[in-house]
Design a protein around this ligand. Structure first.
Ligand code: UD1
Length: 456
């Protein structure tokens, strides 16, 4: 569906060639948020009426989610960035392993399938390159709502215990404000009988976007964006037209790229308060930030080192930690970057060091001494946000770089290199005849890096 289908091996054989020491200049249009679009696609399973989802980004993650929905029996039509989703003929309540294929967001389907049909079978999403990513909060919450859950051979099998085949509203207190668990439980509770309260809920804009769409569909959800969300279950949900919010992570990535290259750019559309933690840090590190309506302009000044602690919203987003680390490698002074959300999200650090950065890593804390310049290299990115970090590093570096591992980049950044090209960066996507593996990749990765590349 959505994007021109690219097989994984095809993506793996590609690289981006970047000519370093580039400058960005002009305007960049921000796409719809990947993390919103994914959960909104799952939420469309909750109704028999048509959902029109606008501003859906063309990404491989979205393509995978669309294919999962189609496999359940959903009729999906795509035109440009708009999807028409018709879930009235769902016949299957089981997600096949082969389609899930590493897409964690596929697990979102458990909430809607369970609360609408009383049953769901969804493969365990498992860990990924940035951490083990457990799902205990999703499972415990669904059990509290009255689901019976059995995990067998990697499949989560959920059924409703009550005779009425409905989940029953309850009080749930999350141990950590998990974005995914909050979203799973909101979707499940929206068709439950009675009131559900979720305490210590995630407050991320994508959770708020989900609640807005569900309320348009007839749900009764109060206080999204607060720590305690209240959901009064309804019997049925209807159709709606909904526009996905702008991607705050993509927006932040472009602002960071501009700061790293002493460039002036304007990004739009954005919801500026979604980016407050990021724009505050950019201001502290020397950039001038001007907010006008739904656009943000950044103007460069001397780049100073600042410390970052990632935190749940409204804190500094973990998804921008890697790009910000790349920025700090060339800042004036010393900075400390602390990753508090995921246990394995520092995969970019040793690669930035290869480029000439001076970073000491102590578990999840990176101590960075800013250097004047880093040098271009050929490198393999190992997760989505570290691929953006390496591209930013490549743009700022002296000499040229080739960045591999674009299957990660294409999961989450719509037309990234095209947007950079329009802003003035010399960047080209090249195709290799064969897939490059870590083992074969000798240019800049020494053998000691191979296990790290795999783990990452
Ligand atoms: C979502 C985003 C991801 C972002 C992350 C944190 C999507 C599709 N992905 O991921 O881009 O980086 O939020 O902002 O929206 N945890 C548990 N038990 C659970 C669930 C989570 O212990 O059942 C822990 C995780 O291990 C992690 C922390 O909670 O340490 C945050 O994870 P969570 O907010 O759930 O992230 P995701 O929803 O997976």
């Amino acid at each position: 569906m959505i994007c021109v289908s690219k097989k994984k091996s095809y993506l793996k054989s590609q690289n981006l060639k970047i000519v370093g020491q580039g400058k960005l200049n002009g305007f960049v249009e921000i796409s719809g948020a990947k993390n919103s679009a994914l959960v909104l696609l799952a939420a469309s399973l909750l109704t028999n009426e048509k959902i029109v989802l606008q501003n859906v980004p063309h990404l491989t993650d979205i393509e995978k989610m669309g294919n999962i929905l189609k496999n359940l029996g959903v009729n999906l039509k795509e035109k440009n960035n708009t999807l028409e989703i018709d879930s009235k003929n769902i016949s299957i309540k089981e997600l096949p392993n082969e389609l899930v294929n590493g897409l964690r967001a596929s697990f979102f389907c458990i909430g809607p399938l369970l609360s609408k049909f009383g049953e769901a079978k969804v493969p365990m999403p498992g860990g990924c390159n940035i951490g083990s990513r457990p799902i205990d909060e999703h499972i415990d919450g669904l059990k509290a709502l009255g689901a019976e859950i059995l995990i067998e051979k990697g499949i989560v099998k959920a059924n409703i215990k009550s005779k009425k085949s409905r989940l029953i509203g309850t009080h749930i207190k999350l141990k950590c404000p998990s974005v995914g668990a909050t979203e799973t439980l909101i979707m499940a509770a929206s068709l439950a009988e009675g009131r559900t309260t979720i305490e210590n809920a995630a407050r991320e804009p994508e959770v708020q976007d989900l609640c807005q769409m569900l309320n348009k569909m007839g749900a009764k959800i109060y206080d999204s964006g607060k720590e305690k969300i209240i959901i009064d279950g309804v019997n049925k949900l209807g159709g709606c037209i909904h526009k996905v919010i702008p991607d705050r992570i993509e927006a932040g990535t472009f602002l960071i790229a501009a700061a790293a290259t002493s460039s002036s750019i304007t990004i739009s559309p954005v919801i500026p308060n979604h980016l407050e933690a990021v724009t505050n840090k950019l201001r502290k590190s020397g950039s001038k930030i001007t907010i006008k309506g739904n656009s943000i302009t950044i103007n460069p000044r001397e780049l100073k080192a600042v410390n970052i602690n990632t935190a749940p919203f409204p804190g500094f987003p973990t998804d921008l930690q890697a790009p910000f680390t790349a920025l700090m490698t060339i800042a004036n002074g010393e900075s400390k970057i602390t990753e508090t959300i995921f246990e394995n999200r520092m995969n970019h650090v040793h690669l930035l060091n290869k480029m000439g950065a001076n970073i000491k890593l102590d578990k999840n804390v990176a101590f960075i001494k800013g250097v004047k310049t880093i040098k271009g290299m050929d490198l393999i990115a190992s997760d989505l946000r570290s691929s953006a970090a390496l591209i930013i590093a490549g743009i700022t570096a002296k000499g040229s770089s080739r960045i591999y591992g674009l299957e990660h980049l294409d999961r989450g950044y719509e037309n990234f290199e095209t947007k950079l090209k329009i802003l003035g960066i010399k960047i080209t996507r090249n195709l290799n005849k064969k897939t490059v593996t870590n083992k074969e990749f000798k240019t800049s990765s020494d053998p000691a890096d191979i296990p790290r590349c795999k783990a990452a």
